[in-house]
Design a protein. Structure first.
Length: 322
């Protein structure tokens, strides 16, 4: 949990640093996506090498299976020895999942925290409608709310004030004077003193606090009176591109009997992951959904390039043997 929080914090700090230099949320997301993909591309290459290696040693594995067909334990030992020697693994295709999933959830949390910070900035702004107007992206009225036809343009007061760990937001940690403004607005109270003597605060969840929250942000709500925040477009794109990315990745995997188990697992994940991405983007902010759409497009492009490079290399190896 600590490592996850640490990674989430640095993702958020990194994206906000980019934003401070470019001044545009969507451009920040695009740049951050490219940087993150540069980190994960090495796992994609390693996975492809592992799959190519499994195909290369397939004849040797078949000979071992024939030799030790009556001794499963010895067969497993010899196969493991061979794979270790050749530097391949039948579960190499699972490596991207082991890297992608933690990043996926950490970035969801990072965007969620950034969205909470944005709500606080609206609450303390002298001109919240001007700040809120900058949150529009194409058909999405508020990029910090889900692209969802049932989602309001502003987060519900009771839901926001009841959110756990709001007191740990980086924005509030760096700007303790903001707490006093929130206290003066009737949204928070002093709740005690920390171990280092710092003053601790907490958000209120009283009817009065909810009424104060609604009154401050009502002008923003009135900008899109009667409208919800989106049209489900980004979640559908995220799910569809996730399926395309999985299909392109599987299509480039070399066929081998020894790789059947890994390929079967990959096929299951090929259908499960896009559904998970759709559901996640349905509930996460549109900002995160934009990130995931960009990431999926880059993933497809990277996979196509890797598949082409390995196909060329495999053809060259065949020519040498001939």
């Amino acid at each position: 949990m600590t490592n996850s929080f640490f990674l989430t914090k640095w993702f958020l700090l990194g994206m906000q640093w980019v934003y401070s230099n470019v001044g545009d949320v969507v451009l920040t997301i695009l740049i951050s996506t490219i940087l993150i993909r540069l980190i994960t591309v090495f796992s994609d290459i390693k996975t492809r090498k592992s799959s190519a290696g499994m195909a290369r040693i397939q004849p040797q594995i078949q000979r071992l299976q024939e030799r030790y067909k009556n001794n499963p334990q010895k067969l497993q030992q010899e196969q493991s020895k061979l794979m270790k020697k050749e530097g391949v693994s039948m579960f190499g295709s699972c490596l991207p999942l082991l890297i992608t999933m933690p990043i996926f959830f950490c970035i969801i949390y990072a965007f969620r925290a950034w969205g909470y910070e944005h709500v606080i900035q609206l609450l303390i702004s002298d001109n919240p409608t001007e700040l809120f107007a900058s949150c529009k992206f194409l058909w999405v009225h508020n990029i910090w709310q889900p692209d969802n036809g049932m989602s309001p343009v502003i987060q519900d007061a009771a839901q926001f004030l009841a959110t756990k760990n709001l007191d740990k937001l980086i924005f509030l940690d760096k700007n303790p004077e903001v707490w006093q403004r929130l206290v003066d607005m009737g949204l928070a109270v002093v709740s005690g003193t920390g171990a280092n003597g710092e003053v601790l605060h907490t958000f209120l969840q009283t009817p009065e606090a909810i009424a104060a929250y609604n009154a401050i942000l009502q002008p923003c709500v009135d900008m899109y009176a009667g409208l919800n925040n989106g049209w489900f477009i980004l979640p559908v794109l995220a799910g569809g591109l996730g399926l395309l990315s999985s299909w392109v990745s599987m299509r480039g995997q070399p066929k081998s009997a020894a790789n059947d188990q890994a390929q079967a697992t990959s096929k299951i994940m090929m259908y499960m992951m896009p559904v998970m991405f759709f559901i996640a983007c349905l509930q996460a902010s549109a900002a995160f959904s934009i990130y995931w759409v960009f990431s999926s497009v880059l993933s497809v492009a990277v996979t196509l390039v890797i598949n082409k490079v390995f196909k060329i290399n495999a053809a060259a190896e065949e020519d040498k043997k001939a």
